[in-house]
Design a protein around this ligand. Sequence first.
Ligand code: FAS
Ligand code: PHB
Length: 385
Amino acid sequence: MRTQVAIIGGGPAGLLLSHLLHLQGIDSVVLESRDRDYVEHRQRAGMLEQGTTDALRDSGVGERLDREGLVHHGLELRFGGAGHRIPLTGLTGRTVTVYAQTEIVKDLVARRLADGGDIRFEAEVVDLDASAPRVTYRGGGETRTLDCDYIAGCDGFHGVSRPAVPGLRTFSRDYPFAWLGILAGVRPSTEELIYASHDRGFALHSLRSPTVSRLYLQVPPDEDIAAWPDARIWDELAARFATGDGWKLHEGPVTDKAITPMRSFVAEPMRHDRLFLAGDAGHIVPPTGAKGLNLAVSDVIILARALTERYATGSETLLDGYSDACLRRVWRAEHFSYWMTTLLHVDPAATAFERRLQRAHLDYVASSEAAATSLAENYVGLPIE
Ligand code: FAS
Ligand code: PHB
């Protein structure tokens, strides 16, 4: 078997790359270890930068996004029992959109299959040669190989592609907390996202639709989900979102709950020979700034441009510049995600002095247009080079 680009991983990065390459007449095969139902229902991100929604719309997969996505123009920072709105669009002229990663994956799978795309589910890549280049995968009880011109490692943080890059430099930070995330069949208590910083810990009120809420709360890093029955989750969320103006949290049936560890991670370079890393395979951010999925999208936009130039002109200039171009954007997003995470979460080891500094920082962001604009321009996403 042979293709032009072998794509390891059928998450948002791999699927979008396959779609963008197809639009340029470049063949690819997506190899995904899990089954279709699993990847289409794995609860993850939900906040899209305007650059992401523009890319989906411009490439012809934005129709349901435009119909069902919730366009937002601001967010609320809530601390000291009061809310402070950050007018994202007023400060930047750009918007963000709430549209679940699961829906993006469904839209991309449907479009690739409708276009005759080759997505192989339950096909686990077990080996790869970045110089041949060739990937070896197991599927249907057989072991097969796929020869190609290039390999895109879109296989997430636990994939096989990053370990195949020799001499890799990695940079990481683990945080002293995790996120317990829930999906609840209840009308959201807010129209815009609420990021709450409370002495008891961080909480985030996001949403998925007029009838489905998505909420998160900070828990210890090794927390057992069994210690969090629904009633306790709602009580803790209500305590952390409490205000003095009578605002009420709507509670309802929890339909999904999971604990996500918080880490910052970057691997350099994001390329070895004919292997290119994209998305979580190359970097991880704490989800506070809603950058993970959006970084995956910008990586594959940059990679698709580079592969298009290569096949159209023979030039490898953009391919040679791929890793540096991605990493400039990755490190900006890493800093913003670290900054927003430490601004809003309670570090158990923080001294009283550090907690006062944190409160002063929150007061500054909530009261200074310059500080709020810095948060806003990073949150809505900086233009893709
Ligand atoms: P993914 O991990 O999404 O996809 C990689 C794919 O590769 C997977 O489907 C996997 O099955 C497959 N794969 C792995 N090894 C393979 C192999 N050997 N062979 C074949 N296939 C293989 N981001 C946010 O912005 N906000 C959030 O709230 C948020 N919450 C998250 C919660 C969790 C639990 C996790 C893990 C991540 C979360 N993220 C969040 C980040 C997340 O959205 C990622 O940034 C996004 O999924 C990145 O997409 P991909 O790079 O495609 O990686
Ligand atoms: C989500 O809706 O899942 C979401 C939104 C904003 C974040 C993180 C997660 O910062």
